[in-house]
Each structure stands twice: as structure tokens, then as C-alpha cells.
Design a protein around this ligand. Structure first.
Ligand code: AMP
Ligand code: MG
Length: 334
């Protein structure tokens, strides 16, 4: 099967209406969408991505009134978040409506709902005339796609259509907030920060998996965001390495210092906020945390194209978008 490429949202929506799967741009990353009420179409998403069957999908709406078709009820905290933020890079986990097939929620009684603010995504979703479930449009485990070319690289021939837009604005996936508990829980950090959520519902807090407990967000159980290269996080000390340096830290220094010293020039990449002293095969210095977030997945893919073996990522301050970026970097380094 050839994947149809188009810039026309109405043409892309036709595939969804006929039970197909379509990749489309949003302000976060590209999604791979199908009609939420068509279980056979939803199954094609899992197949195309090779996504683990227990990882639920986020339903995307083109208008607020569609939320009522997905959710059995809208808890008061969710009402407040919708009024304050939607459309936004924010997913709210709500009790699912009976008509939503379990295929879409990986068997859960809840469903994640988001209204993207990206104009082309909105046009596409409205043309679909139904909510569209969509995970990121990459092969499972790979860095999320922030340009249509990255979707093509992973999924050409495996999906019906790619709606070609520009590179995505944010570059990291949406914030996911579980609104089915007494205090809302942030299951995944994103561009809508914990600080912003607390301004609307002060009881909101970060979810942490307790040892031995099954994660509330199934996505937390799976490998994610990984380039083929090994990802290593570095903070200050990475910039001043020399033969006469010492090391103290919590992790085995082999990964950090010795790799850094020996393999830098030929097969290592660097991305961060400050210019490193060392030479790397590929260096990306970003002017802000927002630019770093915007660039990171594309940089991972570029490193893979060049056969780079190790990517050094500078850590950032964990406030605002920095918390989301650090979450992705940590998981890529796992
Ligand atoms: P992706 O679309 O690939 O970014 O993945 C969607 C993320 O949202 C995964 O981490 C899921 O675990 C999470 N998610 C989606 N729906 C739910 C839900 N009903 N309950 C908890 N987490 C969810
Ligand atoms: Mg994903």
C-alpha cells in the first residue's frame, strides 16, 4: 500500500471516514488518527505503529461539544481545565462513554481527550466529523515525529495518508492529567505546566508510580522516545573534562566521563543550551528550553541518520516546559 501524501485536510479526512488511518500535524507532535468509534480502524493504528496493546490512545476533538460523545461525565476539575485551556497541548483523562470501544482505551474505563489548537489539525478534525484517536505517528519506542518526513520515515507504506504540515511548534507530547481522582494527577508532563494547572485547580499534583504498583498511565511502562544511539545526560561537569579531572556522582562514571573523553569527535552528538568545549560530530546549541524541546526529537533522528553512537544531552532546570523536556530525556536515556 502506498501512503497518500496531501496538504489538503479535507482529502485526508476522507480516509478517516472510510475507516483508514491518517497522520496529521498538531502543535505537539504528529499524530496517527482513526475514527474513535470504528474498532477495526483503531486496531490498524496499533498494527501500523507496532504499539503494545495495553497502551491507550488519546481522542482528539475539533470542537468542545464532541467531548460529550466521549466522556460519560465531566468532573468539576476537568470543566475548569477545559474552560481555562482548551484548545491546548493538554489531555484530560475522563470516564469514558459506553459507546467508545475498549479498543481505543486499551481496555480502560477512562479516555484521554484533547482539543489541539493547531489550525490545520482543527480543520482536519472538523472535516472528519468524528473524534479521532491518535497516538504519536512513529513506530513504538522511536522518537516522536515533529515533521511529516519523520512520519514518512517510520510509517510509509503502513498507513493510508499523511497530512503534510509544517514542523510542529512545541515538539513534545501533550500534558496528560487524570481528572477521575479527587485531586487531578499529572500523568505526563507537557507544555501546559504543573504550575499553570495549579493556578486553575490548586490540588493538582504530579503522579509518581510507587514501587510494586501498576502505573496509572500504561505509557509509563513502555520504552519510549529512543534513538538508536545511546543517550547520556550531562550537567555541568560535562563541560570541563580533561585528563586531570576527578569524578564524584551517583552513577557509574564509565558512561559519562570515559565515553566522553574517548569517543567524542567521531561518533558522538551533543544537544543542550550551552556551547560545549569539546568537539562533537554533531552539535546543537539551543537558545532556550523551548527551542531545545522543539529540536530534541529531530536531533535524535538526525544522529541516527549519521550513524552517531552516543548522544550527550545537557540537563535543564525542571520548571515549566523544562519538566517535560527532562522527562523525555530521562526516558530516552533509560
Ligand atoms: P502517545 O499518544 O503515544 O503520546 O501516548 C498517549 C499517552 O497517554 C500514553 O502515555 C498513555 O498511557 C496516556 N493515556 C492515554 N489514555 C489514557 C488513559 N485513559 N488513562 C491513562 N493514561 C492514558
Ligand atoms: Mg508516543
Amino acid at each position: 500500500m502506498d501512503t497518500f501524501l496531501t496538504k489538503n485536510p479535507a482529502a485526508a479526512a476522507e480516509f478517516v471516514k472510510r475507516g483508514g488511518v491518517v497522520a496529521f500535524p498538531t502543535e505537539t507532535v504528529y499524530g496517527l488518527g482513526a475514527n474513535v468509534f470504528d474498532a477495526a480502524a483503531v486496531a490498524k493504528i496499533f498494527e501500523a505503529k507496532r504499539r503494545p496493546a495495553d497502551n491507550p490512545l488519546i481522542a482528539h476533538v475539533g470542537s468542545l461539544d464532541q467531548i460529550g460523545r466521549l466522556a460519560r461525565e465531566i468532573p468539576p476539575a476537568a470543566e475548569k481545565f477545559i474552560a481555562a485551556f482548551f484548545p491546548a497541548p493538554l489531555t484530560l483523562v475522563l470516564p469514558k462513554a459506553e459507546k467508545v470501544p475498549l479498543a481505543a482505551t486499551a481496555g480502560l474505563a477512562t479516555i484521554g481527550v484533547r482539543m489541539p489548537r493547531h489550525p490545520l489539525a482543527q480543520e482536519f478534525l472538523r472535516a472528519c466529523e468524528t473524534p479521532v484517536v491518535a497516538p504519536s505517528a512513529n513506530l513504538s519506542g522511536r522518537p516522536s515525529p515533529t515533521a511529516w518526513e519523520a512520519v514518512f520515515e517510520d510509517l510509509n507504506g503502513r498507513i493510508d495518508c499523511i497530512l503534510q504540515g509544517a514542523a510542529t511548534e512545541i515538539g513534545l507530547e501533550s500534558t496528560v492529567v487524570d481528572c477521575t481522582t479527587d485531586a487531578p494527577l499529572v500523568l505526563r508532563a507537557g507544555a501546559v505546566s504543573l504550575e499553570q494547572l495549579r493556578e486553575i485547580v490548586p490540588a493538582t499534583r504530579n503522579y509518581r508510580v510507587r514501587p510494586g504498583e501498576v502505573a496509572r498511565s500504561p505509557g509509563l511502562r513502555h520504552r519510549h522516545y529512543s534513538p538508536r544511539a545511546k543517550v547520556i545526560l550531562i550537567s555541568d561537569f560535562g563541560f570541563r573534562i580533561s585528563d586531570s579531572s576527578g569524578f564524584i556522582g551517583l552513577r557509574e562514571p564509565e558512561n559519562l566521563i570515559s565515553d566522553f573523553g574517548f569517543r567524542i569527535s567521531d561518533s558522538s552528538g551533543f544537544i543542550g543550551l550551552r556551547e560545549p568545549e569539546q568537539k562533537f560530530a554533531l552539535t546543537r546549541v539551543c537558545g532556550s528550553v523551548a527551542e531545545y524541546a522543539h529540536e530534541v526529537f529531530a536531533f535524535f533522528r538526525e544522529c541516527d541518520h549519521r550513524g552517531i553512537a552516543t548522544i550527550y544531552c545537557e540537563t535543564v532546570d525542571e520548571s515549566g516546559l523544562g519538566a517535560a523536556l527532562m522527562d523525555r530525556l530521562r526516558r530516552a536515556a533509560e
